[in-house]
Design a protein around this ligand. Structure first.
Ligand SMILES: Nc1ncnc2c1ncn2[C@@H]1O[C@H](COP(=O)(O)OP(=O)(O)OP(=O)(O)O)[C@@H](O)[C@H]1O
Length: 671
């Protein structure tokens, strides 16, 4: 097949220089036969060269209802990878050799041509290959050395090295302001054929990671890093900078029934990480004081290549056949590049009415028609509720410990309920929430009936609850998965200590205290007592409205029928986790309450980490001077760094260690 870079390419466009190095550039790429007009996309390029934005409109040619978005440029069918490379990436190569990092990210729906752009094909080399050719030739002239890395980030937010046969999980640490990778191999490369062999190896490994690690997982993000050294001797010396290429997993609307076998959880989590990257790009582009790098593994991996003087290019890939998901991606990227406000995007609450026209004042040259898309009905609630594991227990202490073993079931069921509740409660028009959260308050949106007229049920709180359930699920799934398929050796975490990044005293104290009496903070002790009391005395206390739990006058029921319990105020707010009105047997009642206790303990633990002072923190098992200091530093960076148990990995704890810590706390409730 001939390259898309046909001779028809308009040389005036090629010569026109794009905007001189903005922080973030968003371009689109439409693929398809060079001569054929892709019916549902029209591109409106300004006449005066490429310095102005390009409007992409979606909809039938004849239709007056078209959705239009601005991007920095749009590469059409006759403009292939070589053109994109020469106009967008070539100018980033020299700066990279001088220490200015850059990142190229391919966004798009499934099958929209992202891999084709980044990796390319035998007929048409991709952007990564074209950049490598140039890096290799320039490095030789400048006395620089090049090494490369390939990695994959799966839907459970775990990153794996693709260039070593064992495919170890990549752990990340921040050392003196720089992100360090543990487990990511770097292979020196001197020729393009060496590079290509490694690329093939990485792609084969990627497939096997998916197959080996998780039978049902089918999507992941793939990243390629080019590292530049002044003179490569080791990873630690002579480091100059890097260029990243990211082939993101395809975006799929989570409400649509999967046609490729991917689960709803996988889809939601992939989407979540796509949004996390968008959040970061938006924050960088609008110079926000806080950039949420910690929202996903991918953003952490890319942190050094996104901040500071780094340059970012996003390519929104568009396939020739109509695809609503592609439009959605372009709309988000367009907003991101134009600094349109967003607060948060929650993949579980995505609305049908996501397409909004973008006409910022700064883009005065474009007069676009206002379009809105009819809101789609939200998909039916998910019915896949996991059964709870029915294992007997003889001792409360044992049960306490088991709370963390059974988490996969209880948390899943809760998450499913939360998802189901969220869906059931949102009216079709209320589905625009996510759009709103991205673009700021709007009159188009009906307030969430759940939160009306009830101060104790702030929207934020409900979202946080739902979020934490999903996060919890993520943690639990990660835990189970790791243990079953990819157990991360604790000794690996400990070996990092030797490198001076993380604190061995703290890790080893965790191990050493395995059988000893626990060091528990006063706050946790108090919680324990409360939980014990609750456990023994709480009757069927919460009256939860059955269908949707929203009364006709939009008030949320918080009725408590039975005697007061020693439960703290906020317990009422998480009533759905204690909802035992629908359970039939004593065992189910018991399991439901146990799950509630587990969640409470986790919440208290996280709250403690987010608020306690240094001395208090040090009273926890596994937290010593260094880790406590690091926690305080994290809190300076972000007021609430610990939103889920998974965030404890940021302080150098493995999933196994985190689980161990909480198991002990749970067990000690009854000692
Ligand atoms: N420029 C192009 N010319 C011809 N075919 C293309 C082009 N881009 C993509 N395709 C075809 O479209 C299909 C999907 O492409 P590709 O794998 O690059 O998409 P993707 O967005 O990476 O998919 P996924 O989301 O599954 O990772 C492939 O069969 C590929 O050959």
């Amino acid at each position: 097949m001939a390259s898309n870079d046909s001779n028809q390419f308009d040389s005036t466009k090629a010569n026109a220089e794009p905007n001189p190095c903005p922080k973030l550039r968003v371009v689109a790429k439409i693929w398809g036969p060079p001569d054929e007009k892709v019916g549902w996309i029209s591109v409106n390029k300004p006449c005066g060269g490429s310095s102005e934005s390009v409007a992409i409109s979606f909809g039938e040619q004849s239709s007056s209802r078209k959705e239009s978005y601005l991007v920095d440029y749009c590469y059409e069918q006759n403009e292939g990878n070589k053109t994109i490379y020469s106009r967008e990436i070539k100018r980033l190569i020299s700066p990279a050799l001088e220490g200015h990092n850059s990142t190229i990210i391919a966004y798009g729906a499934r099958g929209s041509g992202k891999t084709r752009v980044i990796q390319g094909s035998a007929e048409e080399p991709g952007l990564a290959t074209l950049a490598m050719e140039e890096f290799l030739s320039m490095a030789e002239q400048n006395g620089k050395s090049i090494t490369i890395s390939f990695y994959e980030v799966d839907y459970q937010d775990r990153a794996f090295d693709l260039l070593t046969p064992e495919q170890p999980e990549i752990l990340l640490f921040e050392d003196r302001g720089r992100i360090q990778f543990k487990g990511l191999s770097q292979i020196p490369v001197k020729s393009i054929s060496e590079f290509q062999k490694l690329y093939i190896t990485a792609c084969a490994a990627r497939k096997s990671v998916l197959k080996k690690g998780n039978e049902s997982a089918i999507r992941s993000h793939m990243g390629f890093m080019v590292h530049i050294f002044s003179n490569y001797k080791s990873k630690e010396t002579g480091y100059v900078g890097k260029m990243n290429f990211v082939d993101l997993a395809g975006y799929v609307d989570a409400r649509r029934k999967s046609s490729d076998g991917s689960s709803l959880v996988e889809t939601n989590k992939i989407n979540k990480s796509i949004y996390a990257l968008l959040h970061v790009l938006h924050a960088l582009n609008t110079n926000e004081s806080r950039v949420p790098y910690r929202e996903s593994k991918l953003t952490r991996l890319l942190q050094d290549s996104l901040r500071g003087t780094s340059r970012i290019l996003t390519v929104a890939c568009l396939n020739p056949s109509f695809c609503q998901d592609s439009i959605y991606m372009v709309s988000l990227l367009s907003r991101t590049s134009q600094g349109i406000h967003r607060a948060s995007i929650n993949s579980t609450k995505r609305s049908g009415n996501l397409i909004r026209q973008v006409t910022p004042a700064s883009h005065k040259s474009q007069m676009l028609n206002s379009v809105s898309t009819t809101a789609n009905k939200l998909a039916g609630s998910r019915s896949n509720i996991h059964e709870k594991k029915a294992t007997g227990v003889s001792k409360l202490a044992t049960k306490g410990r088991k709370l963390f073993d059974e988490a996969s079931h209880s948390a899943k069921a809760e998450k499913d309920n939360a998802l189901s509740n969220a869906k059931n409660h949102v009216e079709p028009t209320a589905g625009v929430e996510e759009d709103i959260s991205f673009s700021g308050p709007s009159n188009d949106v009906k307030p969430n009936p759940l939160v009306e007229n009830d101060e104790s049920f702030s929207d934020a709180r409900i979202q946080a609850d739902q979020h934490s359930v999903v996060e919890m699920d993520s943690f639990v799934e990660s835990e189970n998965h790791q243990e079953e398929h990819r157990s991360v050796d604790c000794s690996k975490a400990l070996s990092i200590v030797e490198e001076g990044h993380i604190m061995d005293k703290e890790n080893s104290s965790l191990m050493a205290n395995e059988d000893g009496s626990p060091l528990i903070s006063a706050q946790l002790r108090e919680l324990s007592n409360n939980l014990k009391l609750l456990y023994y005395s709480t009757p069927l206390c919460m009256k939860i409205q059955e269908e949707g739990r929203v009364s006709s006058d939009n008030e949320v029921s918080v009725d408590i029928e039975e005697p007061k319990t020693p439960v703290t105020e906020h317990r009422v707010r998480i009533k759905d986790r204690w909802d035992i009105t629908n359970v039939n047997s004593p065992w189910e009642t018991f399991s439901t309450r146990s799950a509630g206790m587990k969640n409470s303990l986790v919440e208290e633990y996280l709250r403690f980490l987010n608020t306690a002072n240094k001395e208090e923190l040090k009273r926890l098992k596994g937290i010593g001077e260094k880790r406590a200091t690091y926690i305080l530093e994290l809190r300076e960076e972000s007021p609430e760094p610990f939103k889920s148990l998974d965030d404890l990995k940021d302080i150098g704890l493995s999933a196994k260690q985190i689980k161990g810590m909480l198991k002990k706390e749970a067990g000690e409730l009854f000692s």
